[in-house]
Ligand binder design. Structure first.
Ligand SMILES: [Zn+2]
Length: 409
């Protein structure tokens, strides 16, 4: 089916945009009239620009803001946060709660201006087929997404890891959704054996794709790799052949300057998640400036990329980092996504149209229109493909059941 032509007319800077067959067209000033054959959207009072990219997040924790019970006893370190919160939540997920979680997170993300996200998924009691649930949520609502299952041995040993890797492989081979791609993933170096890392690396080579993994998020990950005879988790992945151009390393908080530069030499991406790192008290890296392949993610926090950037600027200012470097990280996410989709994405002529029209009001930036892959996902501040009230009702209903299952674990 051919795509509807879209004309975004005259924003506050006097810019217009025509989107034809999903691509941004070059406009001359003479062209900036309302074409008869296009869907015309008023952009007065707003600004046309590229949609945001969230380069590392977790759709599975999307229901957490809806009253998730506090862990008891309160965690005292990062590993306890995982054990008492996220590794209980992920075991309690079933198909209905995962679907509601993904749809709720994606809907709110679109309404906040995120047009693409990189997800890292785990649901140990629902491995096979879980990526299809996430992919359907993204495709149906109009979100561009890179999906994976984070294989781990922490619940069921190497068999569990193999099932996780198999889910990645199955999904990458079968997925036909235009807005979605798959990659291979491991949870983190400290929850897998050398054997599993080598199998993940082999799968990446076989399918010509990359690995997405949490790396050096906390010092516990570094200690674990050292105890296994490596210099650290990056060295471990390198020696086991898991680093390829495009590899997505989430966090990198505890990498040295030399290790950040080495990741860059391999062509790896590092994704910084300042709100999560602050919340988990795992530290902050001043060394990420040693790579120019650093993007920004929310690590499960609501996908409001402006909030993430504000936190990043606060942290960077305290440490006298060069703000011109850190402020480029949000746009690096578009490059990461473009590499995996094999086409340039954004709001420039010739790019696949991932475009947001934002209006600035006192103390708030609002999304007026959002066009993803040339299709409207948000129009006049409302989802085009679903009713957000229905999604929120379903999320609240599933959240209440999920918290009951979590308490019973
Ligand atoms: Zn994460």
């Amino acid at each position: 089916m051919s795509k509807q032509s879209i004309f975004l007319s005259h924003d506050d800077d006097g810019h217009s945009m025509r989107i034809e067959a999903g691509k941004v067209e070059e406009l001359t000033s003479q062209d900036a009239r309302t074409p008869a054959d296009a869907l015309t959207l008023d952009c007065g009072g707003g600004l046309i620009g590229p949609a945001d990219v969230n380069a590392h997040t977790h759709l599975y924790s999307g229901l957490a803001p809806l009253g998730m019970p506090a862990p008891e006893p309160a965690p005292e370190n990062f590993v306890q946060i995982l054990e008492r919160v996220w590794w209980r939540l992920d075991r309690a997920l079933d198909a209905d709660s995962l679907r509601a979680s993904a749809r709720f997170y994606v809907a709110e993300a679109l309404l906040a201006g995120t047009g693409a996200l990189v997800d890292h998924h785990e649901s140990p009691n629902l491995i096979e087929g879980s990526l299809d649930i996430l992919a359907d949520a993204c495709q149906e609502l109009g979100m561009r997404a890179l999906l994976c299952y984070g294989a781990t041995e922490r619940n069921g040993g190497i068999d569990e890891a193999r099932r996780g890797l198999a889910e990645c492989g199955r999904f990458i081979k079968e997925n036909q959704r235009p807005l979605v791609r798959g990659v291979v993933a491991l949870h983190a170096s400290f929850t897998v054996s050398d054997e599993t890392i080598a199998e993940a690396a082999a799968l990446c080579h076989e399918l010509d794709t990359v690995l997405h993994i949490h790396l050096a998020e906390d010092s516990a990950d570094v200690e674990d790799a050292k105890n296994r005879g490596y210099q650290g988790p990056l060295d471990r992945l390198e020696k086991l052949g898991a680093l390829r151009p495009g590899t997505i390393l989430a966090h990198g908080v505890h990498l040295s300057a030399e290790q950040v530069a080495r990741a860059s030499e391999h062509g790896c991406w590092i994704v910084q998640n300042p709100r999560s790192n602050r919340g988990n008290r795992v530290g902050y890296s001043r060394f990420l400036g040693y790579s120019d392949r650093v993007a920004l993610g929310t690590d499960g926090y609501p996908s409001r990329m402006n909030d993430e950037l504000v936190t990043l600027i606060e942290e960077a200012t305290q440490r006298r980092e060069k703000l011109c470097d850190v402020c480029r990280r949000p746009e690096r996410g578009r490059e990461l996504m473009a590499e995996r989709f094999g086409v340039p994405l954004g709001a420039n002529p010739g790019e696949r149209a991932d475009v947001a029209v934002l209006t600035c009001e006192p103390q708030a930036v609002r999304v007026r229109h959002l066009v993803i892959n040339g299709d409207l996902a948000v129009r006049d501040g409302a989802l085009v493909n679903a009713n957000v009230d229905d999604i929120r009702d379903e999320a609240r209903e599933q959240a209440a059941k999920l918290w009951e299952r979590m308490r019973a674990l």
